[in-house]
Design a protein around this ligand. Sequence first.
Ligand SMILES: Cc1cc2nc3c(=O)[nH]c(=O)nc-3n(C[C@H](O)[C@H](O)[C@H](O)COP(=O)(O)O)c2cc1C
Length: 365
Amino acid sequence: MNHMPRLRIGKFEARVPIIQGGMGVQISLSGLASAVAKEGGIGVIASVGIGQRDNEVITDYVSAHKQAIIDELRKAREKTDGIIGVNIMVALTDFDQHIEGAVEGGADIVFMGAGLPRKLPESIGDINKLHTEFVPIVSSVRAISIIFKYWARKYNYTPPAVVVEGPLAGGHLGFKREQIDQPDYQLENLIPQVIEAIEPFKQSSGRDIAIIAAGGIFSGADIYKFLQSGVQGVQMATRFVATHECDAHIKFKEAHVNCTKDDLIIINSPVCIPGRAIRSPFLDEVEAGNEVPYECPYKCLITCDVVNAPYCIALALLQAKRGNIDEGYAFAGANAWRTKEIVSVKELIDSLQREYSEAVDAAGQ
Ligand SMILES: Cc1cc2nc3c(=O)[nH]c(=O)nc-3n(C[C@H](O)[C@H](O)[C@H](O)COP(=O)(O)O)c2cc1C
C-alpha cells in the first residue's frame, strides 16, 4: 500500500491529507468532524446557523451561536483527540463572536471563507500566541495577495495554509456565474498560479504554507492528481455528506445519493452570489419568480438584502438539514451525482486511501 502523505498545518499534523470542508447549516457538526479527525483527517464544524436548535425559541442569536460553537467543540473533543477546525464565514454579522467561540472552545484551526478578511476581535488577543491557527479559503490569486499582506501588516501573522476552492465546489462559490465553466478559473489552472503567489510569503515569513485544493475532488485518484500538481492536501465536502456520521437528516443524505447530473444547478443565492445546489420543488418555485414569505429571525449575513430577498436562505438550508427537503434545498458539489451509497467515514477514507495507492501504482511510481 502506498500511503497518502501526512499534512502539516502550523503546529498540527494530520495523518491523512484530507480536510473535511465545513458545511452549513448544521451539516457538519461535532458528529462528522470528530469521525473525520478520528480517521486521521481534519474534521471541521461549520459555524453558520449553529445556534438554532430544534424547537428552541431564541432571543439572543449572537450568544446562542457562540455558545453552540463552544458546545460542539467540547462534544467533538469528548470523541477524539484528532484535529478539529471551525469554518466561519467572513460575511457573518456576528463574525467576532463566532471567532471568540472557536478560540474559547479550543479549535485547532479556524477556516475563514466567503469573503476577504476583516479585523479579528481584539478580545482574542495576539493571534500569534493562540493555540488556534487561522486559514483563509480563497478562489483567486488576487485574494491571496490581499489577505497575506493584510495579516502580515496588521497581525504580524502568516497563515500556515490556504484553501483554494475552485468552481466545482458545493455551496456558495467565489466566482461570477459566467466564470464557473471557463477554463481559466478551473482548479487545475488556479493551482500553479497559487503556488507562485504563495512563494514570496513563505520566503518573507520563513514559515511553511500548505496549499489545499478544494472543489470537485471525489476519488483517491483525484487526491493523487492534485498532490502531484504541487499541493499538500485536499478539502472535500460533498463526499462526507453521504456518511453515517454526517450530522444532516437521512433525507438530506438521500438527496445527494439520488441526484442526477441534471439536478445539480447553479442558483443565485439571496446573498447575491452564485451557489451550487440540488434542484428541489422549493427552488423551482423560486425560479418561477414566486417568493417564499418569511420573517427574518435575525440578519445573519451582511450581504443579505433582507427587504428584497425572495426567501430566507438560513431557514431554507435548515429545513433541508432537518429532512424537509421540499421546503428548502441541499447544497452539493458538481460531482454529487457520482455518490452511490451512504458509508461510514472510516469506509470512505479507507477507499480513498486504496484508490490513491492504485493511482500511484498506475503511474509506475
Ligand atoms: C452542503 C454543503 C454546505 C457547505 N457549507 C459551507 C459553509 O458553511 N462554509 C464554507 O466555507 N463552505 C461551505 N461549503 C463548501 C465546502 O466546505 C467545500 O469547500 C466544497 O464543497 C468542496 O467541494 P466538494 O464539495 O466538491 O468536495 C459547503 C458545501 C456543501 C456541499
